[in-house]
Design a protein around this ligand. Structure first.
Ligand SMILES: CC1=C(/C=C/C(C)=C/C=C/C(C)=C/C=O)C(C)(C)CCC1
Ligand SMILES: [Fe+2]
Length: 547
């Protein structure tokens, strides 16, 4: 596993042409752009956790049946400072770093004090966000980095705090049909009023506003939800939306602000400031997008840890939402690089398997409903919502299936009724070994797997004019540990889950996290990109084609 996780990867700056076997559908034209950690040591110093690694962007440009690959490290301030110092000088999730080589005890104390309010990293390694015509590499801190999606060059750093008072923000925003971005973040320092903020970044400068100004300046706070605990807000990695509502899970996996404020002086990492409180509830917050107000019903469920929301929709006065949930926070623990070594089968065992759970919550509670009665009348799920004496509603999910992570759906069904979940299959460890299509209606699944192949998050791309929810293809970058087999971009038919093509590339492909597909819709852009490709002189990949 060290081969997959802990090794530093080489950049592939010049586009390299892949060896394609099978046939790529003619309509599939565009760029798969993805992000993930690629460098785990700098000089003699090493990161502790896989989520610390320096962001390595990579892209697969699919054009006229050919695939071109390139990769480039995000030139974040963090990357530049580390490379210049030839050691890790910026703290990450699992690694606390000390920038100044403190010469004596006084300067040491001084440098500790100046860091009590942490300035977080801009090593944006988790995902790619589209904002209007611009693309950003993202993480979960207040910084994101604009990038050039064609050349993978790093552009300006954006500080969320200039536009909305958040110190942390998710890497999994939602997009409406106009391309406006809806995201959530946590405000942990503003006058001690710890709160969760939902905000909207418009895709373009709104009508009637001064043109030429960046649309960031028109970022609007949509709704604020006060944290149950002022000193210990919930940690969350994503949230859900329906056509009219936002779903936020305030889970008992929480950040301890006091611990964070003293982490630097105590010499401990940010991860140690996170704790799962298994005796506490998970609060379910629903916000009405039309009134921008939280729904008043107090909804809760059992303690759980959710990283990824899958999808959500409205049905008969209820909200149905699907998440991948765990019984504990062992997942983040397992990604310490020390656990992903040769003995990883022993060290990286999940103590809780990810399960796809369906919740149903009522939007209104009938005053006359009996205490103890189930408020869910939707026939399609066995999820329940029980009315309690004090008016609270206790929600119990339907367990749909287990062993799924990194879920994706056909995004045209986001917030709407849907049937298929595409995900990576995880078994006894957090390392994906297969790609799964799970059919919620029939509760059956299709799988793709191959020996010594380690798939990344599968991404669904619809065929133009698609009628069915699964009319399209699945793209996934596959890392191989078979020395005879090159890494490849896998293209599956999303309906049958059969392989349409694979594009093998003789490069040092890294295991990544998330990304997006940029279709070539604009023919001018396409032409320009093609001529750039020719000018750059894409080299051929001479690797052995897989059998
Ligand atoms: C640096 C930093 C953080 C980083 C979190 C990261 C990097 C999380 C990555 C999560 C992933 C990759 C999940 C995949 O499912 C916190 C804890 C938000 C807060 C303190 C500063
Ligand atoms: Fe994620």
């Amino acid at each position: 596993m060290e081969k997959i996780y802990g090794r530093n990867r080489k950049e592939q700056l010049e586009p390299v042409r892949a060896k394609v076997t099978g046939k790529i559908p003619a309509w599939l034209q565009g760029t798969l752009l993805r992000n993930g950690p690629g460098m785990h040591t700098v000089g003699e110093s090493r990161y502790n956790h896989w989520f610390d690694g320096l962001a390595l962007l990579h892209s697969f440009t699919i054009r006229d049946g050919e695939v071109y690959y390139r990769s480039k490290y995000l030139r974040s301030d963090t990357y530049n400072a580390n490379i210049e110092a030839n050691r890790i000088v910026v703290s990450e999730f699992g690694t606390m770093a000390y920038p100044d080589p403190c010469k004596n005890i006084f300067s040491k104390a001084f440098s500790y004090l100046t860091h009590t309010i942490p300035d977080f990293t801009d090593n944006c390694l988790i995902n790619i966000m589209k904002c209007g015509e611009d693309f950003y590499a993202t993480s979960e801190t207040n910084y994101i980095r604009k990038i050039n999606p064609q050349t993978l060059e790093t552009l300006e750093k954006v500080d969320y705090r200039k536009y909305v008072a958040v110190n942390l923000a998710t890497s999994h925003p939602h997009y409406d049909e106009a391309g406006n971005v809806l995201n959530m973040g946590t405000s942990i320092v503003e006058k001690g009023k710890t709160k969760y903020m939902i905000f909207k970044i418009p895709a373009t400068v709104p009508e009637g506003k001064k043109k030429g100004k960046s649309s960031w300046k028109h970022t609007e706070v949509f709704c604020c939800i006060p944290s149950h605990s002022l000193l210990s807000p919930s940690y969350y990695h994503s949230f859900g939306v329906t056509e009219n509502y936002v779903i936020f899970l305030e889970q008992p996996f929480r950040l301890d602000i006091l611990k964070m404020a003293t982490a630097y002086i105590r010499g401990v990492n940010w991860a140690s400031c996170l704790a799962f409180h298994r005796e506490e509830k998970t609060y379910i917050h629903i916000v009405d997008q039309r009134t921008r107000q939280p729904v008043q019903t107090k909804l809760y469920t059992d303690p759980m840890v959710v990283f990824h929301h899958v999808n959500a929709y409205e049905e008969d006065g209820c909200i149905v939402f699907d998440v991948i949930a765990y019984e504990d926070n062992s997942l983040y623990q397992l990604f310490y690089l020390a656990n992903l070594n040769q003995d990883f089968k022993e060290n990286a065992k999940l103590t809780s398997i990810p399960t796809l759970r369906r919740f149903a919550v009522p939007l209104r509670v009938d005053k006359n409903a009996e205490v103890g009665s189930n408020l869910i009348k939707v026939a399609s799920t066995t999820a329940t919502a029980l009315k309690e004496q004090d008016g609270q509603v206790y929600c119990q999910p339907e367990f749909l299936c287990e062993g799924l992570e990194l879920p994706r759906v056909n995004y045209t069904h986001n917030g709407k009724r849907y049937r298929y979940v595409f995900a990576a299959g995880v078994h006894w460890s957090p390392v994906p070994t297969k790609i799964i299509k799970y059919d919620i209606l029939t509760k059956s699944s299709l799988e793709w797997r191959e020996t010594d192949c380690w798939p990344a998050e599968p991404l669904f791309v619809p065929v133009p004019g698609a009628k069915g929810e699964d009319d399209g293809v699945i793209l996934s970058a596959i890392v191989s540990t078979d020395p005879q087999k090159l890494p490849f971009l896998l293209i599956l038919d999303a309906k049958s889950f059969t392989e349409l093509a694979r594009a093998s590339i003789d490069v040092d492909l890294h295991m990544d996290l998330h990304g997006l597909f940029i279709p070539d819709t604009d023919s001018e852009a396409k032409k320009q990109a093609t001529s750039e490709e020719q000018r750059d002189g894409a080299s051929d990949c001479h690797g052995t084609p897989p059998t």
